[in-house]
Design a protein around this ligand. Sequence first.
Ligand code: ZN
Length: 167
Amino acid sequence: MAILNILHFPDDRLRTKAQAVTEVTDKHRTLIKNLLETMYDAPGIGLAATQVNVHERILVIDISEEKNEPIALINPEILEKDGDQEFDEGCLSVPGIYETVHRAEKIRVKALNEKGENIEMNAEGLLAVCIQHEIDHLDGKLFVDYLSQLKKQRIRKKLEKQQRNAM
Ligand code: ZN
């Protein structure tokens, strides 16, 4: 297993729209293991392949306290959305920034699991937020896109400065 390098906003590669996985193979299962390891190490509660510069529609999530309930979704699609909730979101690609975002409260999702089987699941609350946030990554979208231009500019400047200082 390996810890993968996470891209940071405003890196253009985060804007790539990920391709659907046509057949789930060992390569994808290895990627899922590495995504989980990278997410737990960060630590975070969700990570999309886009964030590690792999542009295939795969994401991992674990919102459990004990970090022992990993979920991997391949080609996830939201079938239904209901309600509205707001949540202070953060993102491993936008380190140190937390802002309120509105999203659907409940969703129904279909995807493939790591065996390549069709699955459908209902999610609400934090899990629903997390799935919507990670699917956005696969579409090249970040949570800062929901904020005002002014706020987004401020975050961009702050992170660019941090990245310069880190070099
Ligand atoms: Zn994120």
